[in-house]
Structure formats: C-alpha cells, structure tokens
Design a protein around this ligand. Structure first.
Ligand code: FES
Ligand code: MG
Length: 573
C-alpha cells in the first residue's frame, strides 16, 4: 500500500501553514498544554465519542476513548476527542430515530470543520452506529468504528433475561397477573447487569455485527462484551490501526462496495436481526453511492436462514455468541454465501476467518440446523404498501403468517393508548390492529410503536400475538406478527390513510402480500375525501427533519444528505 507523506494530510492545512492562521492553530493547541513536538507533523485522529450520562449503553466510552488515545500516541498520531450526540435509546424521546440524521450531520461536520485526518467512531446503542457511519461515509476520510459492545448476560430466579425482549415479556406477565408487582420492581435491577448495548439481537447488536461484516470495524470487534478487558484492548487496537489507515489513505469508499452491502444483508438475516437494519442499511448504501434497496434485503432473506440463536428469534444472548466465536465464526459459517474478497479495515473477509472456529453449534447453528424455518425478514407489497413494508417472520407467529381479519384503526399513537383496552371496540384475536400517522413525517421520527399492545381482555384469554400493521418501526428486541415501515406512510397520503374500521385486510407472508380488500373505486372515493393531517407548528430541528426526511424504503435519510464526498474542503483563513 502506497503511504502518504505528512504534507498530504488535510490537518496540515491548519498546522503547517506559515501564515498568521497557522500560527493561531499551533498557538491554540499549545494553549492546551501540548508541546509543539507532541502534535506537529503527526496525523490528527478525531475520536467521535457518543458518551453521555444519559446513555447507559455507552457509560464506558470515556474510558475507551482513553485507550484509543493511548494507542494513537504510541503509533505516532495526535488524538483529539470530540463529543457527539449520545442518543441513549431508552431515554431519548420521542424516539432516537428522529435524531439519527442529526448525529449523522454532526459526525460529518465535526470531521469536516476540524483538522482531522482519520476518525475512530465510538458508538453502538441503536441509532449511533448508522448515525456515525452515515456521517463518516459522506466525509470519506479514513474511519474505523469501535462498537460499544454488548452488556453481560442477565439472570433472574434461574431464568435468562435479555434486555428489551424480557421487558415486554414480563410486562405482559404483569398485566396478566403471572408475576407480582414486587417481581416487577426486582426485575428493574436484574435485567441490565452491566454497561454496554442490549445483549439481545436488538438493533444495536444487529447493526454493530453487520458493520463488522462489512469491514468497518476491527474483525470481530462487535461481539466483544463491553465489560471484557478485551474490549479495552480492542479500542486500543482501533487507535493503532487508524494511524496506519491515515498513512494508507484507506477510506470508507475503499472498504465499501455493493458486495459489502450484500454481505451485510446476508449477515443481517443469519443474525435474525432487527427490522430497523432494513432502514439503516439502505441509508448507509445511499451515502456510499451503492445501489441497494429493499428487494436486495428480501433476496438475502430468502438465501440465508437464521443461524444465530439469540433473543428474540432464539433463546441465548450476546455473551454466549462471543464465547461461541462471535461474528468471525458466523462469517465462516456463511462463507459460501458471502463475497469473501470484500474489504475490511484490516484486509479481507477471507482473512477475517483464518484460523477461526465455532465453539458452540447451538449458538451459531450450522446451515442445516437453522434456529427457525422462518426468515429474518420479508418485504411485503400490495395496495396497502405500494413502496413496500417489512415483517420479521422469525419473531412472528407461524399461525398468523397467512391471515385475514377486520381492521381496528387507531389514528395516532395517543388514540391507541387511550382506546386499546376499550371492550366496546369488539377486538378479537382475529382482528387486525392498524396504527397510522406513526411514520417518518407523521409521528414524526417513525418511533418504535409498531408492536401494538395486545388488548388486556385478550391477554387474559392467553392471546399473545395478533396481526398488527403500521408505518412505524418496532424495537429489534420485540416480537410479534407486526407489519412495519409501510411506505408511503399515511401522513403523506399512503393508502394506510384510507383504511377504515371493519375493512378486511389480508396478510400472506409466503406470497409477500399485504392487501386491503377494498375496491379501487371505493379507495378513490376515500382518497378524494382525505385531508392530510393538519400541519403542526414545528420549530428547529423537527421542522428540518419533516421538511427533508425520505420514506422508509429510501432509508429515512434527509434527501439533502444522501450521496457522497463531493463537498469541498473548508477554506482556511
Ligand atoms: Fe442501548 Fe438497547 S438501549 S442498545
Ligand atoms: Mg432497540
């Protein structure tokens, strides 16, 4: 690999110039107590840190940033830590998805506006992985993703507990009287045992594993538990490697190709991953200028069965996955389905699996013994979803994969909360629960409202799943027969806006079909009658979001952010 000289690095436009500005940049760096020789003539490594006191999953990232710095210094670089929006999934309202693009913009602009030659991106809680990477891909300077790592396994009264998945499961048990209020309080302190991202196959581990397979992390980095000392060593190794990557000028555009996205999609399916990844992968591809969409994801789901036995599709947790060999062992299992010549930040996928073994065939299943017969994702089409919708068959009920039922429509999430338990609605186990105005513009931010609650009287009868459809998303840790991401969404006039109580809706997952059994003529009449939701008075970022966000099938990125690194370098004066 040809190595660049120091004068070719962008930081040197700030530091090496002989004019008054150059003086000011050197002066201000010395103001922080650094000697000239500590930073002059060195690659500047930006450490984008999504740590905050409101992000428990990232509670250790200040320590990890120190490990990165240590290694950057040792490798002859100059590390600088730049705080970025933390997006703790559970704390941020109304939904972190509203702010993913904010983080993406921030990451890109932090890198552009500062004298940064290469970046280590510290994140992992759901939206932080796509957010940081979308920005880094658009900026296209050498970058390496350092995943926060999953939290340790949870146990309670002898039972395995997974973050997210079991919150919902035990909430249903509380509502149906199977556990006591004291149990519920006790569970608060048992389910999330350590810092780190959710230990289930939620959006966090889905996304960090996918980007690991796409070559954007050190090989296997995504599987290392956050609290393992190996995690700190991994962070340190990121620091060492990024300095080399700057000399090599190995940029995201050198790592990512259509093959990497196809690989990422296949790993997504083998993980039994979160449906959220269907939005994020499309957004990442559009940043990278790679032609990749829902149909590619659907094809990948048909090619690769669910092999990773982790909640919610399976019954184990990320710590088990790590001990089984982690992502490299999964990549090895899938190697016949992957393009092993695809690049990583250190080499190729083929190199990633050299000497790799799987130590637990129950956690990482052989191809002939998949976790479920059902696929991790299916993309549905039909008159209710002209631009597509998704469902996660592996986390749904087999008996509902082909279902016809009468719609019970909730116009907003507030309406859902107010009325779902109302016996007067006459909801039966066969009803199809419909939620609208929950999409990217409608909610706004497309919250994880898609696993609509089962009405109390049906829970009491033992009903645990129903067909639910919406333009919302669903948490990767949840389960249920939930049709999600309906596009176009109702708020922009998608057919979901036209559904009425009592309409018959047909779901046929095998046929990839979602159909509203209402005639075209009747739908045309209803459309003529339809008025868009009253415009809300929005301000600031939310106004910007609603003005620019694209639909779910296009990744929900801002249309002004798609595409690549054609932005000129900032003028320096
Ligand atoms: Fe952060 Fe689940 S809440 S990863
Ligand atoms: Mg989540």
């Amino acid at each position: 690999m040809a190595r660049r000289g120091i004068s070719e690095l962008r930081s040197q436009r700030w530091y090496a110039s002989a004019d008054m500005r150059g003086f000011a940049h050197r002066q201000r760096t010395q103001q922080m107590g650094l000697r000239r020789e500590e930073f002059m003539g060195k690659p500047v490594i930006g450490i984008l840190n999504t740590w905050s006191d409101m992000s428990p999953c990232h509670a250790h990232l200040r320590d990890r940033a120190e490990a990165v710095k240590r290694a950057v210094w040792a490798a002859g670089g100059y590390p600088v830590e730049l705080p970025a929006l933390s997006l703790g999934e559970v704390m941020v309202k109304p939904t972190t998805m509203l702010y993913r693009n904010f983080l993406a913009m921030e990451a890109e602009e932090l890198l552009r506006s500062h004298p940064i030659d290469g970046a280590v991106l510290l994140g992992g809680c759901d939206k932080t992985t796509p957010g940081l990477l979308m920005g880094a891909i658009s900026m296209n300077i050498p970058a390496i993703f350092c995943p926060a790592g999953p939290m340790l396994n949870g146990r309670w009264k002898g039972r395995t507990l997974g973050a997210g998945t079991h919150t919902r499961a035990y909430w249903d048990k509380l509502r149906s009287g199977e556990i006591s209020q004291d149990d519920w309080v006790d569970l608060e302190s048992r389910m999330t045992r350590s810092f780190g991202t959710c230990n289930t196959m939620g959006t966090a581990s889905t996304m960090t594993s996918i980007v690991d397979a796409m070559g954007l992390t050190l090989p296997g980095a995504s599987s290392i538990p956050a609290a393992d000392s190996g995690h700190t060593r991994m962070a340190s190794a990121c620091g060492a490697r990024i300095v080399e990557m700057v000399w090599e000028n190995l940029r995201p555009s050198d790592v990512l190709s259509r093959a990497s996205f196809e690989n990422g999609a296949r790993v997504f399916m083998a993980l039994g991953g979160s449906t959220n990844a269907a939005v994020h992968l499309v957004a990442l591809a559009r940043r990278a200028g790679v032609d990749f969409g829902l149909s590619d994801l659907d094809r990948a789901a048909g090619d690769v069965p669910v092999l990773v036995n982790i909640f919610p599709a399976g019954d184990r947790l990320m710590e088990d996955f790590f001990f089984a060999g982690g992502l490299p062992a999964l990549v090895q299992r899938l190697s016949g389905h992957l393009d092993m010549s695809a690049r990583t930040v250190t080499g190729t996928l083929a190199q990633m699996i050299e000497g790799v073994e799987c130590y637990d065939d129950d956690v990482i299943r052989p191809l002939e013994n998949s976790v479920t017969k059902a696929a991790a994702l299916a993309v549905l089409q039909g008159n209710l979803a002209p631009s597509g919708a998704v469902i996660k068959p592996s986390a749904a009920s087999p008996h509902l994969m082909r279902h016809k039922g009468r719609a019970v429509v909730f116009d907003t999430h507030a309406d859902l909360v107010a009325r779902i338990d109302d016996p007067a609605l006459g909801i039966t186990a066969d009803s199809v629960l419909v939620l609208r105005n929950a999409g990217p513009k409608g909610a706004p931010g497309m919250p994880e409202w898609g696993a609509l609650p089962i009405p109390k009287h049906l829970l009491a009868q033992g009903v645990r799943d129903m067909v639910r459809i919406s333009d919302a998303r669903m948490s990767g840790t949840h389960y249920g027969t939930c049709v999600l991401h309906i596009a176009p969404e109702s708020a922009v006039g998608g057919p979901l806006a036209l559904v009425r109580d009592g309409d018959e809706i047909e779901l046929d997952v095998a046929a990839k079909r979602l159909h509203l059994r209402v005639s075209d003529d009747e739908l045309a009449l209803r459309r003529a009658d339809w008025t868009p939701p009253a415009p809300r008075s929005l301000r600031g970022y939310t106004a910007l979001f609603c003005a620019h966000v694209t639909q779910a099938d296009q990744g929900c990125d801002f249309e002004i952010l798609q595409g690549g690194p054609d932005e000129p370098e900032p003028e320096i004066f």
